[in-house]
Write a protein that binds this ligand. Structure first.
Ligand code: NAP
Length: 307
């Protein structure tokens, strides 16, 4: 494929930034990739891994002459980063991001975008519990959705180019309003992460069950929560601080439904439990049918070698 953007700048070189670099290289979506990360340590690791053509000492240097700039840092850093890079952006460039919330990104980045820059917020719905520049891989976005939330009056040609870019990374692209994005992600990602953080925290604090028992018997279900609860603390702190309204709305519903389940258990209402568990099983099957997970039992895990 020929380059969609001759020069792409990645600001933040962790799981998402490094995966993007690998995916861009795989498909030849850019001639040159520049990058920037906050710490000298991460910049040194990124240089050693060679997924960028140049890792710069400042964000301004990284975005100079870039045709597309992608913010891949935690969303809490976006306001400061946007203020720093705004004056250095090339006229006509596309400025986008990978942040997990969208209303707050529009709020924090929007005021720093100079005229003549195409600001198109985005969010790839793809990730793992790993972080850092070593964790990236080219296939991360394959078959996964990427949501773009262009603002009213956005340039159609710029949106089309960014859409082709994400498709070149392996994604399917959907356009959405930022507010709707935040509500959809609150139920599909943010509240599930909160529940995982909570249950793992509860288990860690239980005194009647020893820590070693929690770990030893984790295959009963607990370990599947621990994968999610191992996700990056900075990123997830920023997600909850920046999607407060939608998360609290979904949590309210969740709490009501949990109370109904509590009541069903207390009153021995087996039908209520059975009916819910039947409906939820169907949702798992729809996710597999939509190609968003493997049909293999136990997520395709192989049992550990015995002995
Ligand atoms: P990550 O692996 O922790 O990497 C974050 C990167 O941002 C690091 O290179 C970090 O540099 C850099 N950074 C942090 N603060 C910075 C600042 N103030 N200025 C410049 N760079 C800074 O995180 P990630 O998983 O790639 O997530 C990046 C973004 O993608 C987040 O906005 C997240 O919401 C979004 N996202 C994540 C996932 C996921 O599953 N992980 C999925 C979709 C979208 P240092 O190492 O030097 O601190």
């Amino acid at each position: 494929m020929s380059a969609i953007f001759p020069r792409v700048a990645l600001i933040g070189l962790g799981l998402i930034g490094s995966s993007l670099a690998h995916a861009i290289r795989r498909a030849g979506l850019a001639d040159t990739i520049t990058g920037y990360a906050r710490s000298t340590e991460t910049r040194a690791k990124a240089r050693a891994l060679h997924f960028c053509d140049a890792v710069c000492e400042t964000a301004q240097e990284a975005v100079r002459d870039a045709d597309c700039v992608i913010l891949c840092a935690p969303v809490g850093a976006f306001a400061e980063l946007a203020a720093a890079i705004g004056p250095a952006l090339k006229p006509g460039a596309v400025l986008t991001d990978a942040g997990s919330v969208k209303m707050a990104v529009v709020r924090d980045v929007g005021p720093h975008v100079p005229d003549g820059i195409h600001f198109i917020p985005g969010h790839p719905i793809a990730g793992t519990e790993q972080s850092g520049p070593e964790s990236g891989f080219a296939e991360l976005f394959d078959g996964r959705w990427c949501i773009l939330t262009p603002l009213p009056g956005a340039d159609g040609e710029a949106v089309a180019r960014l859409t082709s870019f994400w498709q070149g990374c392996g994604s399917r692209v959907e356009i959405m309003e930022p507010k709707h994005h935040d509500l959809v992600l609150a139920i599909t990602s943010h509240v599930p992460h909160l529940i995982a953080y909570n249950i793992v925290g509860t288990a860690a604090d239980l005194e009647e069950v020893t820590q070693s028992e929690v770990i030893k018997y984790s295959a009963g279900g607990f370990r599947d929560f621990t994968r999610i609860a191992a996700s990056d603390p900075t990123m997830w702190r920023d997600v909850f601080l920046n999607n407060r309204e939608a998360v609290l709305e979904i949590l309210q519903r969740f709490t009501e439904d949990l109370t109904a389940l509590q009541r069903a258990i207390r009153w021995g209402d087996g039908d209520a439990l059975f009916n819910l568990f039947t409906r939820t099983r169907a949702i798992r099957r729809s996710i597999i049918a939509a190609g968003q997970d493997s049909p293999q039992p136990n997520f395709g895990r192989t049992p550990p070698a015995s002995g």
